[in-house]
Each structure stands twice: as structure tokens, then as C-alpha cells.
Design a binder for this molecule. Structure first.
Ligand SMILES: Cc1ncc(C[n+]2csc(CCOP(=O)(O)OP(=O)(O)O)c2C)c(N)n1
Ligand SMILES: [Mg+2]
Length: 326
């Protein structure tokens, strides 16, 4: 691709506005999922990413078509930031035949490889070795693609993450390790489970770059992922990027959050990424009316997607055994 002749969308003013739109859509998608879960139209376990939207949007604006993303169970935001349609995600969570996996994956296990979304994974840390496999293929086939694997602060203490980082390091694999540090592993503050809380410094042990950035800062996320993705494409190997953020809701739907200290959520809400990016765009001269239009369009898109998903038929029970290895 000739980047000089055709700058990536992310680097244009239109890309900046689309970043706001995408973050709004992810936020409103999660709010819609909450509503549908409350009504039991969506059933089972649901993990929401409200408050962490800049990580997905900024990272995906820095990626290219052909790159691969591997997330955790908290993956709806990653999927939509890659372009997976809202209706396909909502239908998936409702068990409908128009879901991206015809409802077989549900909230925590769906994938959409046509958009580069190689899937959620509910085994903490398990996405990282799989991403290394994709990155090894990228390296051997010289396809120029980068694999990105996202996991939490808690996952940093899983053996699979360490094996993956070491393997990627000595093989110079084009893979980015993104630690979404939202300060909690389920109900436990991660700082209570480690002696050294600077998670990014673990990269040093593998001889790869490690940085910590503000994961609620859209531009910082986008620039950082773009830099390390370029290095990975150039054969310089992996990097660990610790992105600090807060989830503004429970670990899962129904989590009472009694473990949170008083005032924590108020402070976290003040630092949330959407209002922050909106204020930056306003300061840069984008009209308030334009920002309101973007917000309204996001709301309309989520409503239309929910209607479409609700109108779709359930996946027939007699197809349940399709796609199984026997
Ligand atoms: C191997 C494994 N151990 C334990 C669990 C149970 N579990 C589910 S989520 C979670 C916490 C993970 O926290 P973190 O990595 O910080 O991700 P976050 O949920 O904050 O995004 C745990 C321990 C699991 N799913 N897999
Ligand atoms: Mg966490």
C-alpha cells in the first residue's frame, strides 16, 4: 500500500471523528447488551468493557487489513473496533442465526476472522500463544501482517503469557502484547497480587521493548500501537504495551462491586476516554453540533442493530452438532 499517496484513515481528521463515533458505538453496544441481559433476552455470563473503549479503537485504527486480533472474554469492543457489525454481535449474543457464529459463541467465545477478529478466549492468558502461532505464520509467509493479543493485568501472572512472550522474543515474531490494565483481576486489585506493579517492565526479562501508556488516551494508544506495529512489520519482533484504564462496570453482569473503595468510580469516570476525546476535538475546533450528530448516529446505529438482531430467527436446535469435531 502506498501510504504517502493515501494516508490511513486514522491519521486524518475524518479518522479522529470516526474514533469518537466508534467509541460511542462500543459504549452504547455494551449498554444495550446490559439492557437485553436484564430482560434475559441475552442469557449467561457477560463481561463488559465500558470505560476501556480507547484501547480498542486506538489500537484498531493503527492496524491494517490482514492483521489479526485475539482478545479475552471482554471482547465485544475489540470486535466492533475491527469493523464487525453491531447487528452481527448482538445477534450472536442472542443465539440468532445471523450472529457472527450463528449464536454458537455467545458473549465470551465468538470470533469473526473475516474482520481480523480471531476470537475471544475465556481461558485467562490463552490467547497469547495462539497469537504467536498466527505471528509465526505471518513471519514464515512474509505476508506483512501483525498479530495483536490483548489480556488483562491478572493474566500477566499466567504461565502462558510468559511462554508466549519468550517464544515471540527469540523468534522475532510480529506480535504485540497488549495488557489492558484495568486494575482488577475479577474482584482482586492486581497490586495485591504482585510485588512489582510495573507490569510493562517484565518485557525487559525477554529482551523486548516494554512501555506503559495511558489507555484512556485515544491518540496515545493509536500512536504507540502504530509505532510498534511498524517495528514488528520490519522484522524487529514483539513489544509489550501496558495500557492503564478502568472498567466502569462490574467484572461481569451482576457483579455487586462491593470490593471497590468509596470514590473510586467517581474518579475513574472523570478520566473516562470518550468525554476526554470529545473535549479534545472541541478544543481543536470541531463544532459541538457535529459532535452531537456523531453521538446521535451511534445511538441510532445501535438501536437499528438491536431491532435487526431481535427480528432474526433463532439458530435451529437441530443444527447444534454442526461444526463439531467428532
Ligand atoms: C486459566 C484461568 N484461570 C482463572 C480463570 C477465572 N477468571 C476469569 S476472569 C479472571 C480475571 C482476569 O483478570 P484480568 O486478566 O485482569 O482481566 P480483566 O477481566 O480485568 O479484563 C479470572 C481469574 C480463567 N477464566 N482462566
Ligand atoms: Mg484486569
Amino acid at each position: 500500500m502506498n501510504q504517502a499517496a493515501s494516508p490511513p484513515l486514522a491519521a486524518t481528521p475524518a479518522g479522529d471523528l470516526e474514533a469518537l463515533a466508534a467509541m460511542y458505538r462500543i459504549r452504547m453496544l455494551e449498554e444495550k447488551i446490559t439492557e437485553l441481559r436484564k430482560q434475559q433476552i441475552i442469557q449467561g455470563s457477560v463481561h463488559l468493557c465500558i470505560g476501556q473503549e480507547a484501547i480498542y479503537t486506538g489500537s484498531c485504527q493503527a492496524l491494517r487489513a490482514g492483521d489479526q486480533v485475539f482478545s479475552t472474554y471482554r471482547g465485544h469492543g475489540w470486535a466492533h473496533a475491527l469493523g464487525v457489525p453491531l447487528a452481527g454481535i448482538l445477534a450472536e449474543l442472542m443465539g440468532r442465526s445471523t450472529g457472527v457464529c450463528q449464536g454458537r459463541g455467545g458473549s465470551a467465545y465468538f470470533s469473526a476472522p473475516d474482520w481480523g477478529f480471531y476470537g475471544e478466549n475465556s481461558i485467562v492468558g490463552a490467547g497469547a500463544p495462539i497469537a504467536c502461532g498466527a505471528a509465526l505464520r505471518n513471519k514464515l509467509s512474509r505476508n506483512g501482517a501483525v498479530a495483536l493479543t490483548a489480556f488483562g493485568d491478572g493474566a500477566m501472572n499466567q504461565g502462558a503469557i510468559h511462554e508466549a512472550m519468550n517464544f515471540a522474543a527469540y523468534q522475532d515474531l510480529p506480535v504485540l502484547f497488549i495488557c489492558e490494565n484495568n486494575t482488577y483481576a475479577e474482584l482482586t486489585p492486581y497490586r495485591e497480587t504482585v510485588r512489582q506493579p510495573d507490569l510493562y517492565r517484565r518485557a525487559e526479562a525477554y529482551g523486548i521493548p516494554g512501555v506503559r501508556i495511558d489507555g484512556n488516551d485515544l491518540a496515545a494508544v493509536r500512536d504507540c500501537v502504530a509505532d510498534f506495529a511498524a517495528q514488528a512489520r520490519a522484522g524487529k519482533g514483539p513489544a509489550l504495551i501496558e495500557m492503564t484504564t478502568h472498567r466502569l462496570v462490574g467484572h461481569y453482569y451482576g457483579d455487586m462491586q462491593s470490593y471497590r473503595p468509596k470514590g473510586e468510580l467517581t474518579a475513574a469516570r472523570a478520566a473516562e476516554p470518550i468525554g476526554r476525546w470529545r473535549r479534545q476535538l472541541l478544543e481543536r475546533g470541531v463544532a459541538e453540533a457535529e459532535l452531537q450528530r456523531v453521538e446521535q448516529e451511534a445511538r441510532d446505529a445501535v438501536e437499528a442493530a438491536a431491532t435487526e438482531a431481535l427480528d432474526a430467527p433463532f439458530t435451529p436446535v437441530d443444527t447444534l452438532q454442526e461444526h463439531l469435531y467428532v
